[in-house]
Design a protein around this ligand. Structure first.
Ligand code: UT7
Length: 329
């Protein structure tokens, strides 16, 4: 029997309408456009406004657009993996909520939380169900409403993050395309540098936790930067070596968009020129699980069947990793 591989057969994304510019941030915290631009590469980010709206509300248009592009019905989806750090609620899973909202009546699903590496963890997990022959159509969604956990009084952190969501469909192929390799890593001792202190079982919500602003993302930027810049570059280089890929073989680097300087370091380490690197951080900031599918959706029209893509991410946990795939359409 021929080996089955999981191929991305459709991609789509959604960002909310409201744009939070560096100029507006200047009126909220002690910062300036020049600092943000030179330190991060970010100019603006999108914010989901509106009472009662959560991450699933960005996933609905992203997925509905994807289904339309692929010409399939929601009932055909077997599995939904929703990669997010900002689920609509602690339970049930946002995957369940999304299935209900889009009418994916035959799907089961779960949420996957690996912070900024969530999408590549989800892609790798989803591909196992395709490779085993268990499922035919797996939806991997990556999205976050980061504005729901950002402290807009913390100038070091609030300038980075934005809201957005993307999704891909995985289907089986026997051609020489699809997801070929993945290296995924984690080191939980890194949690001290990037986490949300309260709202979990170790520290449930109370008046005190709210007053202490502990329901927001806490980040020691410099420490995270040091780990991110080395580990994301190392793992991207490792996956290239393991698959005997040279920079010439790589058509695109698709990096998690946390900081332009981390992206540049990864590209340099791989020996890949800037013309092969997907960068849209200036428009969206760090949408956590959304960054990689937002890039894939934006560059979709430039991708050719057989193109070699290297995906790379680093995030809270710490978690990090890289995926090697060949574009399938
Ligand atoms: O995606 C998940 C993983 N997260 C990341 O990968 C993020 C990694 N970290 C970063 O991207 C960077 O560390 C930041 C963008 C968060 C911060 O940049 P930095 O170059 O590491 O700045 P820093 O913390 O070393 O601060 C340098 C200076 C400090 O002032 P002094 O002490 O030198 O006088 C800060 O107080 O910049 C100051 N500063 C700011 N100034 C203007 C910090 N934030 C701001 C700000 N505007 N928003």
């Amino acid at each position: 029997m021929q080996k089955l591989r999981a191929a991305i057969t459709a991609v789509n994304s959604y960002v909310p309408e409201y744009i939070l510019t560096n100029q507006e941030l200047e009126t909220m915290v002690d910062t300036n456009d020049e600092w943000i631009t030179t330190r991060t590469g970010i100019k603006e980010r999108h914010i989901l406004k509106g009472e009662g709206l959560g991450t699933s509300d960005m996933a609905v248009p992203a997925v509905e657009g994807l289904l339309k592009k692929r010409g399939i019905k929601p009932e055909e989806i077997d599995l939904i993996i929703f990669c997010t750090t900002t689920p609509d609620m602690p339970f049930p899973a946002t995957a369940n909520i999304l299935a209900d909202k889009i009418g994916a009546k035959n799907a089961w699903g779960f949420d996957l939380n690996a912070a900024c590496s969530g999408f590549i963890y989800g892609l790798t997990t989803g591909s196992q169900f395709i490779e085993s022959g268990k499922h035919q159509k797996v939806l991997v969604v990556g999205g976050d409403k980061m504005s729901s956990i950002i402290d807009y009084e913390d100038r070091q952190t609030c300038i980075i993050f934005g809201d957005g969501c993307g999704a891909v469909l995985l289907e089986p192929t026997t051609e020489d395309v699809g997801i070929k390799d993945a290296i995924l890593k984690s080191d939980g001792s890194g949690r001290v540098y990037l986490h949300q202190k309260a709202g979990g079982s170790a520290k449930p919500a109370s008046h005190e936790t709210v007053d202490a602003r502990e329901h927001f993302a806490y980040q020691e930027g410099q420490a995270v930067f040091k780990f991110a810049v080395t580990n994301m570059a190392d793992v991207a280089a490792e996956i290239m070596e393991r698959n005997q890929l040279t920079a010439d073989d790589v058509a695109w680097l698709v990096p998690h968009q946390a900081n332009k300087r981390i992206i540049d370091a990864t590209a340099n380490r791989m020996g890949v020129g800037p013309e092969k690197v997907m960068v849209n951080i200036e428009k969206y900031g760090n949408t956590t699980n959304g960054t990689i599918p937002l890039c894939l959706a934006e560059w979709e029209s430039q991708l050719k069947k057989g193109d070699t893509l290297i995906l790379a991410a680093f995030g809270g946990g710490f978690t990090w990793g890289s995926v090697y795939l060949k574009w399938a359409y």
